[in-house]
Design a protein around this ligand. Structure first.
Ligand SMILES: *Cc1c(COP(=O)(O)O)cnc(C)c1O
Length: 420
C-alpha cells in the first residue's frame, strides 16, 4: 500500500505531481511519501498492540533525518549498526532508551559513544565483543545492558547475500553455544543481561522461518530462567519482506499474529527491528531518459540514474518495477534500462517490457525507499541524488543534491606534488 498513483495520467506522490518536483529539484532524485511512511509504521505498530513491544526502526534501510523523525514522532525507536547511525538517530530526536545497537563489528569508540548516550541495549555478537563492552562500561563507570544475538541456524529462504541466521553467516552466536556464552557474560561485572536477540535475514516472504527462530529462542529463554537469568527483552530483528514484483509476503497483521501466538506465556517486551517493510514501498527513484539505443539484438534506455544511485539491481539482481511518469498509449519494447556509469553491471532493469520511452521523459523506479539512497556512492565522481519528502500538497527537499565541491571535500594534494 502506498500513495504513488496516476492522476490525469500523471504519476503523483500524494497530491504532488512528480513533474513539478523534477522541474524544481532536477533529476535523479529520491522521493518519499510521508503519508505512506506513517501508514506503514502504524500498521506494523498496531499489529503488535496487544503485547508490550517496541518498534526499533532499522536505520540502515533509510537513514534520512526526516524519515527517522517521522518514525520517532510516532513513538518508534532505532536499531543502529554504527556510531554514525547513532549520531543520526540522536540528531533526529530519538529517545536513547529506545535505541538498540546491533552489528558484528562495533568499535571501542562506538561502544563508548553509545554508553555515554545511555542507549537501551547492546546486541552483542561474540564473546570478544562482550569483553570489550564490559571494559568500556567499567571505564565509563556504567553498566551496559546487553542481549546476545543468537544464530538459530534457520534458512530464511531469501537471497544468499541477505541471509544472516545460517551457521555459515558471520552474524551472532551459534544457538548451541549460547547458553555457555550467557554464563560467561554473567561473570562480567559491568554487564547486565536483559535480552535475547536474533535477526535471520532480510526480504523474507514466509512466516515459518520467523516462527522457527522464535521457537528455538523460547527454549533458550526457559533454560536461562532456570539458571536465574531474567530475560526482559526479546528482540526478533527485522526482515519482513515487501512486494517488489510478484512476491506475496505476509501482512504485518499475520506476521504479528503468528509471533504473538508463539510468545504466549513469555513475560518479555518484544522488540522488532523492521527496515524494508516500513520504507521500501514508501520511496521511489525518479530519473530522466537521456538517450535510447535500439538495434536488432538489443534495446537500451539510457537514463541519468546509475548503479551509484541505486545498486540493488546490480548487486542482488533485484527486480524493481519501472513506470513512466506520464502515462501514454505508446507501443512497447523489451529493453535494458542502463545508467551512465562505465560498468556493464550498471543497469536498473534487464530485458524489461516497457513503454517506448523517448529522450527527456521521466521514469520512476518503484520500491526504492529501502536500501536505495543509503547504498548510493560517488563512483564515477557522480554527485549523489537529492532526497525529497512529500506530505499532502507540499514537498520538501530533505537532502540537497551534492555539489562538485562536496565531491572533493577533505581531499588535498600534498606540497611535494605541487612543487614538481
Ligand atoms: C538489516 C537489519 C534489520 C532490518 O532488516 P529489514 O530486512 O530491512 O527489515 C534489522 N536488524 C538487523 C540486526 C539488521 O542487520
Amino acid at each position: 500500500m502506498h500513495y504513488f498513483h496516476y492522476k490525469n495520467k500523471e504519476l503523483s506522490c500524494e497530491e504532488v505531481p512528480l513533474r513539478r518536483i523534477a522541474r524544481k529539484v532536477g533529476t535523479p532524485f529520491y522521493l518519499y511519501s510521508y503519508r505512506t511512511l506513517k501508514r506503514h509504521f502504524q500498521a506494523f505498530d498496531s499489529a503488535f498492540a496487544q503485547a508490550p513491544h517496541l518498534i526499533c526502526y532499522s536505520v540502515k534501510a533509510n537513514s534520512n533525518l526526516a524519515v527517522l523523525r517521522t518514525f520517532f514522532n510516532l513513538g518508534g525507536g532505532a536499531d543502529i549498526v554504527s556510531g554514525g547511525e547513532l549520531m543520526r538517530a540522536l540528531q533526529a530526536g530519538a529517545d536513547p532508551q529506545k535505541i538498540v545497537f546491533s552489528g558484528v563489528g562495533k568499535k571501542k569508540e562506538e561502544i563508548k559513544y553509545a554508553l555515554d548516550s545511555n542507549i537501551l541495549i547492546f546486541n552483542a555478537e561474540s564473546s570478544q565483543e562482550l569483553i570489550t563492552i564490559d571494559s568500556a562500561a567499567r571505564k565509563a563507570g556504567k553498566v551496559a545492558r546487553i542481549a546476545l544475538r543468537v544464530n538459530p541456524d534457520i534458512d530464511p529462504l531469501t537471497h544468499p547475500y541477505i541471509t544472516t541466521g545460517l551457521k555459515k553467516n558471520k552474524f551472532g552466536i551459534d544457538i548451541k553455544n549460547s547458553l555457555q556464552q550467557y554464563r560467561e557474560a554473567r561473570k562480567l561485572k559491568n554487564l547486565e543481561i536483559v535480552g535475547v536477540d536474533c535477526h535471520i535475514g532480510s526480504q523474507l516472504t514466509e512466516i515459518k522461518p520467523f516462527v522457527d527462530a522464535l521457537k528455538s529462542i523460547k527454549d533458550l529463554i526457559v533454560q536461562l530462567k532456570k539458571e536465574g537469568v531474567k530475560i526482559s527483552f526479546l528482540d526478533l530483528g527485522g526482515g519482513l519482506g515487501i512486494t517488489y514484483n510478484e512476491e506475496a509476503p505476509p501482512h504485518p497483521k499475520q506476521y504479528a499474529k503468528a509471533l504473538l501466538k508463539e510468545l504466549k506465556g513469555l513475560k518479555c517486551t518484544l522488540i522488532l527491528e523492521p527496515g524494508r517493510v516500513l520504507t521500501g514501498n514508501a520511496g521511489i527513484l525518479v530519473t530522466r531518459v537521456l538517450y535510447t539505443k535500439e538495434s536488432e539484438e538489443k534495446n537500451f534506455i539510457v537514463v541519468d540514474a546509475g548503479m551509484n544511485d541505486l545498486i540493488r539491481p546490480s548487486l542482488y539482481g533485484a527486480f524493481q518495477e519501472i513506470v513512466p511518469v506520464k502515462m501514454r498509449s505508446a507501443n512497447e519494447i523489451v529493453a535494458d534500462v542502463v545508467g551512465p556509469i562505465c560498468e556493464t553491471g550498471d543497469f536498473l532493469a534487464r530485458d524489461r517490457r516497457l513503454p517506448r520511452f523517448r529522450p527527456g521523459e521521466l521514469m520512476a523506479v518503484m520500491s526504492s525507499g529501502a536500501y536505495g539512497f543509503v547504498m548510493s556512492s560517488n563512483y564515477n565522481s557522480r554527485t549523489r541524488a537529492a532526497e525529497v519528502m512529500v506530505s499532502g500538497k507540499d514537498f520538501y527537499v530533505v537532502r540537497e543534491n551534492e555539489s562538485y565541491e562536496d565531491l572533493i571535500r577533505g581531499e588535498r594534494i600534498p606540497e611535494f606534488l605541487i612543487h614538481q
